[in-house]
Each structure stands twice: as structure tokens, then as C-alpha cells.
Design a protein around this ligand. Structure first.
Ligand code: ZN
Length: 172
């Protein structure tokens, strides 16, 4: 396993519409292992393939509390939201937009169709944090970042803050 580089905004790979996966081979398994390791190393609860520079429809998630981490990892190929209901607000962050966050309105409950690493179809229902994380990661596969869901004013403020923090962290 190997840690992968996490691409951050405004890298263009984060804006790509990712392509479907139709090869369920060792390469996919290795990519998933590396993404899972990268997610844990960054203390993330989810990671989408474009965030590691791969514009394919693949996400990994683990929203469990710290003592369960590593035991309930989900890897979903070509995930698609097929049902959503209700509404909730969540204070979201993103490994591709380090150090900023913002409150996003999401569906409270969703159903997702996807494939597992063997190419078998599966359906899962989620609510609360898992539903939010799934919506956030699936957005990445369509080139959407959480900041796109904020009001124009809020987005401007958050992105200005982000730019400032990025400039401060880069040696000039
Ligand atoms: Zn994200």
C-alpha cells in the first residue's frame, strides 16, 4: 500500500466529470487500498478518486467512530443516488479544501446503487452522517465541491479565507 497525493482546489482534476469503471481487476483493488490508507492517514471520513488525481467513479468511506475505524470501510464503484428524502444541514469540510468548512443542506436519507470491487451490484440506504458523506463524495465524481452548495456570499467568504490560508502555508 502507498499513500497518494491529495489534490486540492483549484486543481482541474477536481472539476472533471469522472468516467465509469468497468474493469474489476487488481489495479482497482490496489487503487482502493491506497485510497483507504490515504483517507485514514489524513483523518478523512471519505475520499473520492478524483481527489487522488484519478478521474474515475470510485469512492471510499468510513464514518465510524475512532474505536471502530478500519473495520467498516466502504468502497463503492459507480455509485448513484436513486432516492433521496428529507433535508438536513451539516457543517462540512473536505480534504481537497483543507482548513475550511461550511454548512451545506443535504438530503437526510438516501438510497445508493453501486458496485462492489467484484463488480457485483449492491444497494444501500443511509441517513445522517453516512448519507451526508455519500452525497459529498458522489458530488466529487461530478466535479462538484461542497463550496458549490453555499450561497454566493458565503462561498466568496469561505474561498477568500481558503486562499489566504493557502498563501500563508506556501513559502513565498
Ligand atoms: Zn471532499
Amino acid at each position: 500500500m502507498a499513500l497518494m497525493k491529495i489534490y486540492t482546489h483549484p486543481d482541474p482534476v477536481l472539476r472533471e466529470k469522472c468516467t465509469e469503471i468497468d474493469q474489476f481487476d487488481d489495479e482497482l483493488t490496489t487503487l482502493v487500498s491506497n485510497m483507504v490508507e490515504t483517507m485514514y492517514a489524513s483523518d478523512g471520513i471519505g475520499l473520492a478518486a478524483p481527489q487522488v488525481g484519478v478521474a474515475r467513479r470510485l469512492i471510499v468511506l468510513d464514518v465510524s467512530s475512532s474505536e471502530d475505524r478500519g473495520r467498516k470501510v466502504l468502497a463503492l464503484v459507480n455509485p448513484e443516488i436513486t432516492m433521496q428524502e428529507g433535508e438536513l444541514e451539516w457543517d462540512e469540510g473536505c480534504l481537497s479544501l483543507p482548513d475550511i468548512n461550511g454548512i451545506v443542506t443535504r438530503a437526510e436519507k438516501i438510497r445508493v446503487d453501486a458496485k462492489n470491487l467484484e463488480g457485483e451490484e449492491l444497494t444501500l440506504e443511509a441517513e445522517g452522517l453516512l448519507a451526508v458523506a455519500l452525497q459529498h463524495e458522489i458530488d466529487h465524481l461530478n466535479g462538484v465541491l461542497f463550496t458549490d452548495h453555499l450561497s454566493p456570499l458565503k462561498r466568496k467568504l469561505v474561498l477568500r479565507e481558503y486562499k489566504k490560508l493557502q498563501e500563508e502555508s506556501e513559502p513565498s
